[in-house]
Write a protein of this length. Structure first.
Length: 90
């Protein structure tokens, strides 16, 4: 899924560095939270608000010019636009 996300960003004409950076940021976020990429995908709309400006984890979301929250937002778009079925999703 991480590679598909990277390819999605490239198809949307994001810079090559951003296309690599956003999936890597989400990988680090998953490690930090002790969750899988699949869990993140299944629960993106519950997890993302925690990293928004008023969320309890907003300081992490604002890191590196808000790259973390922007990566989460693009990941949500990716999931929505590609209709990827995540195993175990309801």
């Amino acid at each position: 899924m991480q590679k598909q996300f990277e390819q999605y960003l490239q198809s949307k004409n994001y810079r090559p560095t951003t296309s690599i950076d956003y999936p890597a940021r989400l990988e680090r976020l998953c490690r930090k939270e002790k969750i899988s990429y699949e869990h993140l995908a299944q629960h993106i709309y519950e997890i993302m608000p925690q990293y928004e400006n008023t969320g309890k984890k907003s300081s992490y979301g604002k890191r590196s010019h808000s790259s973390v929250i922007n990566a989460l937002r693009r990941f949500a778009e990716f999931l929505s636009e590609t209709n990827i079925q995540v195993e175990g999703a309801n």
